[in-house]
Design a protein around this ligand. Structure first.
Ligand SMILES: *Cc1c(COP(=O)(O)O)cnc(C)c1O
Length: 357
């Protein structure tokens, strides 16, 4: 499967964006978060002296049930540092064909690590335990050492779908039985936790490394935190330094993340309700094909209603609504800055565009 991303059209004459469904990365820090940033106690993060970063790392290690954690500038750097620790050049990583590590990290795992990633197929961004079993080959000098199995919780391009706890456990068990490490790209792990009521600690149990993104639905401006064993995190620190990801008074960023843990986790349920409302509204428009959302991502195709995807995006942009195509479908993300009223308005605008087509 080709995974493609078409950035939204940049039209200087278009009206201002009133409803931003492009991504949950589009959230702006709230007044409360900005206050927390302003009050942040800071120090030199690179030498381990920033109290707010240290607090954040302790909180996330505890949340994910791991020994230690480290603050990273981005989720991408969490994934990259993790594979750099788990693998040696020539090693093979197993991941779903739509995985962020394959399609959206600029080839980092090949360029920096010399790793190959074997794409596994399966519906909704997830591969089955049997597909994983089928991809495992015997150890021999002919074949690359298979060292990591990686999953995305939630599966972004799969539609924000949730890996069940049972599937996660089975996949992790297969990996372990075959001597592989397990890595969880938890960019939206907390969405899965809020949607299912399963704790992040339980979701991440059995996974050697796991991280959460703060710049997605949690609404912070910058950062991800990756967690694992003490030894793993020591090695991640070395790569963070090598990659230029060590920071200084990063407490100003970490304060926003701590604030997000305190104030923006439970409210992810609102985003999920808004996503369901959007899907319900869109599916009532004749010809629009909508994937039922499990979390905060809604993928749909308007072609059946007589409007091409790109035309729909342009027409919505003319009406102040921003979204984009992902892998041939339109993706709408709900988040902190999207209200129920905006969802209702968006459905009305799509209906108007379809009627005019
Ligand atoms: C956004 C995202 C990332 C990367 O996170 P950044 O903080 O944007 O670098 C990794 N994996 C998934 C599934 C994502 O959605």
């Amino acid at each position: 499967m080709m995974t493609t991303y078409t950035p939204p059209p940049r039209d200087p004459k278009a009206p201002p964006v009133r409803i931003n469904l492009l991504s949950d990365t589009q959230t702006r820090p709230t007044p409360g978060m900005r206050e927390a940033i302003a009050r942040a106690e800071v120090g030199d993060e690179q030498i381990g002296d920033d109290p707010t970063v240290n607090l954040l790392c302790e909180r996330v290690a505890d949340l994910l049930g791991k020994q230690a954690a480290v603050f990273m500038p981005s989720g991408t750097m969490c994934n990259v540092a993790a594979t750099l620790v788990h693998c040696r050049p020539g090693d093979e990583i197993l991941a779903h064909e739509t995985a962020h590590i394959i399609a959206r990290e600029g080839g980092a795992h090949a360029a920096l690590g010399g790793f190959q990633i074997t794409p596994l197929s399966g519906p909704d961004g997830q591969f089955s335990p049997d597909t994983l079993r089928g991809a495992i080959h015997p150890r021999s000098r002919y074949q690359p050492p298979q060292t990591v199995v990686s999953v995305e919780q939630t599966a972004n391009i799969g539609g924000g779908t949730i890996w069940t706890k049972a599937a996660l456990d089975e996949v992790a068990q297969i990996a372990r039985q075959n001597g592989m490490a397990t890595h969880m790209d938890g960019a939206r792990l907390l969405n899965a936790c809020v949607a299912t009521g399963i704790s992040a600690r339980d979701m991440a149990a059995g996974w050697d490394s796991a991280w959460i993104d703060f710049s997605k639905g949690l609404g912070a401006p910058v950062g991800g935190v990756i967690a694992g064993s003490h030894d793993f995190i020591d090695e991640v620190w070395r790569w963070k330094q090598r990659l230029g990801g060590s920071m200084r008074q990063a407490g100003v960023c970490a304060a926003a993340c701590v604030y997000a843990l305190d104030h923006h986790v439970d409210r992810l349920a609102d985003d999920h309700a808004n996503a369901r409302a959007l899907a319900r509204g869109l599916s009532q428009i004749q010809g629009i094909e909508v994937q039922q959302p499990e979390t905060n991502l809604v993928f749909f195709r308007p072609e059946g209603a007589g409007v091409g995807g790109d035309d729909m995006i342009k027409a919505l942009r003319q009406r102040g609504v921003l979204l984009a195509m992902m892998d041939g479908r339109i993706r709408a993300c709900t988040h902190l800055d999207v209200s129920a009223g905006m969802i209702e308005e968006t459905v009305g605008l799509v209906r108007e565009i379809v009627r005019g087509a």
